[in-house]
Design a protein around this ligand. Structure first.
Ligand code: PBG
Length: 323
């Protein structure tokens, strides 16, 4: 008898461990944080649609990071909320901007923590769009210069990696040239290469105060119906010098993560976004699902699809749950 019996290798926990194909490691997890420019040193404002996540003052962010680093966090990505917003997003590239200050503070205190920065204008523009606007249009090329200046200011502050999320065409090249011209040849770019125009970003826009005042992001972010186009976006960013490719959101786009995995040897990141986090939190709060198990199953699913790195608001919790 040579029947396959799947149950033979599922009999005991040790056997299951032995034949497990994928594993989640603390090394894979990137925690997003929101830092607010404020005079209130102890400012900490919970984000209503993201229970467990808050906007932090610089001081509170450093405190939170210390707690996270102590339990094994190795990497984070920062989003800034400036005091003043204007049509040119001038606080996005200000050397004394809030993200730049936060990078300096975190690198000073926790030099071993990988500090990444999100490069986009939407948190800094008065209209909430990711670029310079004329009428209702988001202008591509005039925006590139500002993105590149933002990335350079993050580099000067000591960021370990910059992550452009704006979806303007040509931004990876513009950032690469700006960084190289200023001696930052070794600073990697993690490109939000395949970023869909998704309703799952809703809670983030509350957190980052970046809801567009008119229109939406569909003229630059991708159509959720498109699969082949993801490869074109990925190729373009690789050609421009991207070091890591990201797919965003994660769970509704596992096929896209798999496509990138099979077509490229670059590290692939996936962003388990705010709406994905909020859905699990809401169901868990109602007692409808087992939060820990659903989260760990989601994260391993994202890895199994082919992601090497996962940006998730659950990173800090997952560190505990991995123990
Ligand atoms: C743009 C940016 C967004 C997210 C990350 N970077 C929002 C957007 O494109 O509107 C969303 C992340 C999330 O939903 O968790 N700066």
């Amino acid at each position: 008898m040579t029947f396959f019996r799947g149950r033979r290798l599922r009999r005991t926990p040790a056997i299951r461990d032995l034949v497990r194909e994928n594993a989640l490691s603390p090394n894979d997890l990137i925690q997003p944080w929101f830092v607010v420019e404020t005079d209130d040193k102890n400012f900490e404002k919970p984000i209503g649609s993201m229970p467990g996540q808050s906007q932090y003052s610089l001081h509170k962010l450093v405190e939170r990071a210390g707690w996270a680093v102590d339990k094994g966090l190795r990497s984070c990505i920062l989003f800034g909320i400036p005091k003043v917003k204007d049509p040119q997003a001038s606080q996005a590239w200000a050397d004394e901007g809030i993200v730049q200050q936060a990078v300096r503070a975190l690198k000073d205190k926790y030099p071993q923590l990988v500090v990444m920065t999100d490069v986009c204008l939407c948190e800094y523009t008065s209209h909430g769009h990711c670029g310079i606007v004329r009428g209702e249009d988001i202008l591509n090329d005039p925006t590139l210069e500002l993105l590149a200046k933002s990335a350079l200011s993050h580099a000067r502050a000591g960021a370990d990696m910059v992550a452009p999320s704006d979806m303007m065409d040509g931004r990876v090249a513009a950032i690469r040239v700006m960084l190289d011209d200023n001696g930052f040849n070794d600073l990697p770019i993690m490109s939000y290469a395949v970023k869909y125009a998704s309703a799952f970003y809703g809670p983030f826009r509350e957190a980052a105060e970046s809801t567009p005042q008119f229109g939406d992001r569909r003229t630059h972010q991708m159509d959720p119906a498109n699969r082949r186009e993801a490869l074109r976006e990925a190729v373009a960013d690789l050609d421009e010098g991207a070091d890591v490719l990201m797919v965003k959101p994660a769970m509704p786009y596992l096929d896209i993560i798999r496509d990138l995995r099979e077509n490229f040897d670059t590290p692939i990141a996936a962003y388990h976004v705010s709406g994905e986090y909020a859905m699990i939190k809401a169901a868990a709060a109602n007692g409808w699902i087992d939060e820990k198990r659903v989260v760990m199953e989601s994260l391993i699913g994202i890895k199994r699809a082919g992601a090497d790195l996962i940006l998730t608001y659950y990173a800090e919790d997952a560190l505990d749950w991995l123990k």
